[in-house]
Structures are given as structure tokens and as C-alpha cells.
Design a protein around this ligand. Structure first.
Ligand code: GAR
Length: 211
């Protein structure tokens, strides 16, 4: 029997963060195994990435459905799952669902939270004129991008940056942050005190990734 943490990744789109997790998990020393991918959007490219990696993939349509109804079907795909990673999953999960996976649901967001939560993190940072942008990996609570922060990383905003150019540099940070945080989760090195996450870091590790 393997003692790797069993991970499900929830996706809605292209799945580059899913790919970063799949690539990390391909290392035999990585402490987690991605065993299930679920998309709420039919035909999402992330499903193809799962198939190419030989990981079980399914679609649970969310559009036009009550959240509880959607989540009841979703739960049917999450039997025996230890950790859920949201990777570009554009649905808010209910407190009832999260209670079943207390402190075991992780998200990646393309902004330095608590600044710029929601669906337009990059555009909002650009519009605000910040000189740094970045990404946050955090535990999920019932709010929108409000849960305890595991790690963050940043890049400088350049004059002339477009949404695309900035998003590409932030995405590179996301791809470094997410496997790192999943490792901490899978190794049981994360605890939560109030709204703060604590991580037992090994020598040389930090919770900030510079770009
Ligand atoms: C990523 O930038 C992720 O941070 C963002 O969607 C993108 C998905 O890309 N998520 C959010 O904005 C959630 N609020 P991917 O499908 O290539 O991983």
C-alpha cells in the first residue's frame, strides 16, 4: 500500500497549474499522488492533460445548477481523497462542502492576497498601478480567496506590461508555488491557528518566492 497523500484537482480551464502538480507528482519522491481530476466545464483542456498523464478524469457540470446539487455529485468523485487542489477552478465551494475537507482544500490565486481577490486578479493589479504583482497559495475557506495563506511569490510590474505579459510571469510563480505547498500539505507540515497558517519549514525553505 502506498502512503502517498491522495489528491484530487478541480479545474475549469486550460490546466497549467494541474500540469505543474502532475509533473511534480511524477517524481517518485514527491509525497502526493494526483489520482482524480474533476472539471466543472465540459471539454476543458485540463481534462486532456489528465488523460495524457493517465489520471482518472471526470466532468461534473455546474452551470445552471444549485451549488448543493453540484457539490453532492462532486462528492461522489472524491471518495478516499486526502487533499483537494483548486487549479483555475472558477466556482465558490459552500461551507458545508469545505467542512468535509477541513483545512485540506488548497487554492492558487494570481494576486498577492488579500489584494485583488476574485476572478480578475491580474487585471485588477494592473488597473490599480501596483509595482509588484504575484500569486498566493492558500487554504480555502467559505469566502472568496480569503483563507489562511501558505505561500506567496511576486514579480515586478514593468512599464508597458499588458495583462498577458504580466499573467505569464505570475503564472511561472504559480507553477513554483503550488507543488511546494502541496508537498507541505502532504507531509503534514501545515497547521492552522485562527486565520494564520503555520508551516514547519526545512532549512533553506521560505514561504516567499521571488521572480
Ligand atoms: C491561474 O492563473 C489561477 O491562478 C487562476 O486561474 C488561472 C488558471 O490557469 N485562478 C483564479 O483566478 C482563481 N480566483 P490554469 O488553468 O492554466 O491553471
Amino acid at each position: 500500500m502506498s502512503n502517498l497523500a491522495r489528491v484530487a484537482v478541480l479545474v475549469s480551464g486550460r490546466g497549467s497549474n494541474l500540469q505543474a502538480l502532475l509533473d511534480a507528482a511524477a517524481d517518485p519522491w514527491f509525497p502526493a499522488d494526483v489520482v482524480q481530476v474533476v472539471s466543472n466545464v465540459p471539454g476543458a483542456y485540463a481534462l486532456e492533460r489528465a488523460a495524457l498523464a493517465g489520471v482518472a478524469a471526470s466532468t461534473v457540470v455546474s452551470k445552471g445548477r444549485a451549488r448543493e446539487d453540484f457539490e453532492a455529485e462532486l462528492l461522489g468523485h472524491l471518495d478516499g481523497i486526502d487533499i483537494i487542489c483548486l487549479a483555475g477552478f472558477m466556482r465558490v465551494l459552500t461551507g458545508g462542502f469545505l467542512d468535509r475537507f477541513r483545512h485540506r482544500v488548497v487554492n492558487i490565486h494570481p494576486a498577492l492576497l488579500p489584494a485583488f481577490p476574485g476572478t480578475h486578479g491580474i487585471a485588477d493589479a494592473l488597473a490599480h498601478g501596483t509595482t509588484v504583482a504575484g500569486a498566493t497559495c492558500h487554504l480555502v475557506d467559505a469566502g472568496v480567496d480569503t483563507g489562511p495563506i501558505l505561500a506567496q511569490g511576486g514579480v515586478a510590474v514593468q512599464d508597458g506590461d499588458t495583462q498577458e505579459s504580466l499573467a505569464a510571469r505570475v503564472l511561472a510563480i504559480e507553477h513554483r508555488l503550488y507543488p511546494m505547498c502541496l508537498r507541505w500539505m502532504a507531509e503534514g507540515r501545515v497547521s492552522v491557528e485562527g486565520r494564520r497558517a503555520r508551516v514547519r519549514l526545512l532549512p533553506g525553505e521560505t514561504r516567499w518566492v521571488g521572480g
